[in-house]
Design a protein around this ligand. Structure first.
Ligand code: ATP
Ligand code: MG
Length: 443
């Protein structure tokens, strides 16, 4: 065997290189995505990692003869000559005139769902049942390429701002924020919980690294079946120290989102075009206080009973309002009631009934909750007691405060929620590769 050098010679010419090889023979590797037999010639569409390449078979191009071993979904190595192809819109496209096809692997069965059409044409539940197959459809896989771009933008921007990427445990002894939606787990005879957020750990890392972020799964035992809740989702979290105000966190998020949208436009153009994504233009994001937003909802909508939080219709209404008033797809709602925010949230010193916290709505749905946290030990212990919690159960968490922490705050941004609304889906499952919900743990 040869020594490993870490250099893998490129044996498949990417489509983007075709323009430099017009009239020359190149080799590509991919899956046979679609075959259109026109009797004396055939179009064979090859699916590579990110593109579909049109290849043309004709007995005139070489001695190679197409046979019935070439079937959809077989993996193949194709040699052929690059030529410019005719396009209706006059744009530059290239295709391959096939010289030879070498079959690398043959499928054992025909896919249960037609994936070679432009769009998967079946119910969402069937689409999800056959996910390993349906994801091969170019539109389906483009969704998750865009999702990659979102995560990448989050990571790149925060790294440029001095954040450190961390990973916190997902199996925890105490149920971080408590409540009814934590999954309980038997851990060698002890009861433990699946993390519902990295909250307590990311705060502990502020006195260590000052600014941290994490992109990781979190688990919520949501007992209801809604179009916006999953039982496992990817939370993009950050936490930053030495803030002057909780608005620093909102400003950082505005920067993150601007960067993500720019990155998508720059590096994910094929997917944006394929899915016809309406990428929002962000200059700045307007803010409104919870109290004012609530008043407006009560005035404009009927049957509002919960005065402490928003119903989905209220979020949708506020989304429309922000679009009309500010031409913004985003809206920060600030100063949520203390009663409705978790124990670690900093109350507003000017009005302790409300908190220095916010949600971010995107096209009328919550995608982020965040805010300033309590950093003073006595204040946090006091607040826990006031809420009927036992501070002794949070000994490790409270080390953060006990041994000194700067003023800090952060947020959690749901990756699937953001993807869902960016792509205009009605159901969060469309924006989840392998969703886990109350009725689904497979595939
Ligand atoms: P909601 O009110 O919509 O149920 P939440 O306020 O319980 O959400 P947070 O704890 O604030 O959710 O979580 C932060 C973000 O994580 C949310 O704004 C959302 O983007 C996302 N998120 C929360 N729960 C879920 C879930 N079950 N499935 C998918 N994403 C979620
Ligand atoms: Mg929330």
């Amino acid at each position: 065997m040869e020594d490993m050098t870490g250099v893998i010679p490129c044996t498949s010419t990417p489509y983007s290189e075709f323009k430099n090889h017009i009239g020359e023979e190149v080799t590509i590797k991919g899956a046979i995505h679609n075959i259109r037999d026109m009797s004396d010639f055939a179009f064979i569409i090859v699916r590579t990692a990110r593109e579909l390449i049109q290849c043309v078979y004709s007995p005139d191009f070489s001695d190679y003869r197409l046979d019935d071993k070439v079937v959809e979904q077989c993996s193949a190595k194709i040699r052929g000559k690059v030529v410019k192809s005719e396009t209706r819109d006059g744009s530059e496209r290239y295709e391959l005139q096939i010289h030879d096809i070498e079959i690398l692997s043959t499928p054992a069965a025909i896919p249960p769902v037609v994936i070679s059409k432009k769009q998967i044409n079946c119910d969402l539940s069937v689409n999800l049942d056959y996910r390993p197959v349906t994801l091969r459809n170019p539109k389906e896989r483009a969704i998750f390429k865009i999702q990659e771009g979102i995560q990448r933008g989050f990571r790149e921007y925060l790294m440029s701002q001095g954040f450190t990427e961390v990973h916190t445990p997902k199996i925890n002894y105490a149920g971080a924020e408590g409540g009814t939606n934590v999954f309980k787990l038997d851990y060698f005879g002890k009861q433990v919980y699946l993390a519902q957020s990295p909250q307590l750990y990311k705060q502990a890392l502020v006195p260590v690294y000052e600014r941290v972020f994490e992109i990781a799964p979190v688990f919520r035992a949501e007992h209801h079946d809604t179009s916006r809740h999953l039982n496992e989702y990817i939370s993009m979290d950050f936490e930053m120290g030495f803030i002057e105000s909780f608005t620093d966190i909102m400003n950082m998020e505005t920067g993150v989102l601007k960067y993500i949208m720019e990155l998508l436009k720059k590096e994910y153009e094929p997917e944006i075009e394929l899915l016809k994504v309406d990428v929002p233009e962000i200059k700045s994001i307007p803010c409104i206080r919870f109290k004012d937003a609530k008043e407006m909802c009560v005035k404009k909508l009927k049957n509002i009973t919960d005065m402490k939080d928003f119903e989905p219709e209220e979020e949708a209404f506020l989304g429309k309002w922000a679009k009309q008033q500010y031409n913004s797809d985003f809206l920060f709602v600030t100063h949520y009631l203390s009663k409705k925010r978790p124990f670690y949230t900093m109350d507003d010193p000017e009005d302790p009934e409300v908190t220095l916290s916010f949600d971010l709505l995107f096209r009328g749905i919550e995608i982020t909750s965040g805010g300033q946290r309590v950093h003073d030990y006595n204040m946090q212990v006091e607040k826990m007691k006031r809420l009927g919690m036992n501070p002794d159960e949070f000994e490790t968490y409270l080390m953060l405060h006990k041994y000194g922490a700067p003023p800090h705050g952060g947020l959690g941004l749901g990756l699937e929620r953001l993807t869902m609304h960016l792509l205009g889906f009605k159901n969060v499952r469309n924006a989840t590769m392998f969703p886990r919900d109350i009725n689904r743990v497979t595939p």
